[in-house]
Design a protein around this ligand. Structure first.
Ligand code: AVJ
Ligand code: FE
Length: 433
């Protein structure tokens, strides 16, 4: 158990870190860019901003703090289920200055509550859960806003230094993960969200997993070999989708003068062959794997590779152990605006030598998003439960755009198999027998 003062400071730091990032993402462009819809797939940035404050108001001011509603009349505008993203620009949204004032006012009252409340007892406050949940929610919307920035046309609004180079060691292409049981999910991680719970045993037969995510260079060979024109690599749905939309390469790629270029955060550059491929749909990842004579890993294979320590038999929080990530372990937190070259982050390797499971790019798995045995929706059904089923595929590991508060070996993300504006890549696997 952690000392209550330390817990309070941890919650406060998580909330402040999220707010600093939100501030950067909503002040680096001018007002018209905050209220515009840059893609029908995304909300105006100013919707995300006030939605962040409204969720914080509902959970931390009202549910945890027992305070009266500050702005009950705007709840419906910022309810993600009432209004699909495409419709949000037409809503009577708070203007940028009003939205800033609102989130600031909510936060002031929340910090006041955090100073007084006892962080144990009811499940919602125990170990600061609701505060951690709201910090994760804000960070998830910060990633969503970064996606909006990537879709936005025009000159760069954000800059960041490049990630560290690969360590240059010769890596084997794949790693054998021996068969046997392991513990999946968690009952111990205090801020784990409902879909990561509870811990349970799973038997995972031996398999081989790519040491690193699939690179742009490898993906270019798939394209050059007719990957997008040969029906046999694709599922029926995937083939229909790429035909209908005329897809021939990852999102943001363009062929010019015999080479592939890509636009990233307002800058066009040649596609770097050593970087993990990003902005591919599940359909494209699945087709590539078939072309390569391989398959996507299942979600349980991914988690076993990332958490199981063959020496102790224990499942750990991260590939490198139980310590929180540092900049030497993984490319997280929007410190860089791109994935690092495949073969980077030797200190983030798993005991068996798998690299870059955490950070860089979200990794598609072959698995549908389903509840674990013993799942209980908490604290609201609309976080996970309403998405369970065959229409959403699981992504694991987090991207360069994910903050560490919303990233761990058990963390589960999900999306539709057509989605590719997200920071999605993949690695491949094969059976060992
Ligand atoms: C877990 C990333 C799929 O952004 O739709 C944000 C997170 N849930 N607000 C999403 C979320 C409610 C969610 N994902
Ligand atoms: Fe949300």
């Amino acid at each position: 158990t952690i000392d209550p003062e330390a817990l309070r400071r941890r919650a406060e730091t998580a909330l402040r870190t999220a707010r600093d990032r939100t501030h950067t993402l909503t002040t680096c462009v001018d007002e018209p860019d905050l209220t515009a819809q840059h893609s029908p797939l995304m909300s105006p940035l100013v919707w995300d901003l006030a939605h962040i404050g409204n969720q914080e108001e509902q959970w931390l001011l009202r549910a945890v703090g027992g305070r009266d509603a500050l702005r009950p009349e705007i709840d419906s505008i910022y309810d993600a289920f009432e209004h699909p993203r495409a419709e949000r620009p037409a809503l009577p949204l708070l203007a940028p200055a009003e939205a800033r004032g609102y989130v600031h006012e909510v936060r002031g009252r929340v910090l006041d509550i955090l100073e007084r409340i006892e962080l144990r007892g009811a499940p919602l406050v125990d170990a600061g859960f609701a505060f951690g949940m709201i910090a994760q929610h804000e960070q998830q919307h910060d990633e969503t806003m970064l996606i909006t920035h990537q879709l936005r046309r025009g000159p760069a609004a954000l800059t960041a230094p490049p990630p560290p180079a690969a360590d240059g060691a010769a890596l084997s292409e794949e790693v054998l993960i021996p068969g046997g049981p392991f513990t999946m999910g968690t009952s111990a991680e205090p801020w784990a969200l409902d879909n990561e719970r509870p811990a349970h045993r799973r038997l995972v037969p031996a398999f081989h997993l790519d040491t690193t995510p699939v690179t742009n260079g490898a993906y270019e060979r798939f394209i050059a070999d007719g990957g997008y024109t040969e029906r046999r690599w694709w599922t029926a749905d995937g083939w229909a989708y790429i035909q209908e939309h005329g897809l021939t390469a990852p999102l943001f790629w363009r062929r010019e003068g015999g080479q592939w270029l890509r636009r990233r955060f307002g800058v066009t550059e040649p596609v770097p062959p050593e970087e993990p491929v990003v902005h591919v749909s599940w359909y494209e990842a699945d087709a590539y794997a078939r072309w390569a004579g391989r398959r996507l890993p299942t979600e349980e294979e991914w988690e076993k590779a990332a958490r199981h320590d063959p020496e102790s038999g224990r499942s750990r929080r991260y590939p490198w152990g139980d310590e929180d990530p540092t900049p030497a372990h993984a490319n997280l937190g929007q410190r860089h605006l791109r994935p690092a070259a495949a073969g980077s982050y030797p200190r983030g390797a798993s005991p068996l030598g798998v690299r870059q499971l955490i950070g860089d790019v979200w990794e598609w798995t072959s698995s549908d998003f389903l509840p674990y045995p013993g799942f209980r929706a908490f604290p609201y059904r609309e976080y996970s439960e309403v998405f369970f089923g065959p229409s959403h595929k699981v992504l694991r590991g987090g991207s360069f755009a994910v903050d560490e508060v919303a990233c761990r070996g058990t963390f589960r993300n999900w999306d539709l198999p057509v989605r590719r504006q997200i920071f999605s890549g993949f690695r491949t696997a094969r059976d060992a027998s």
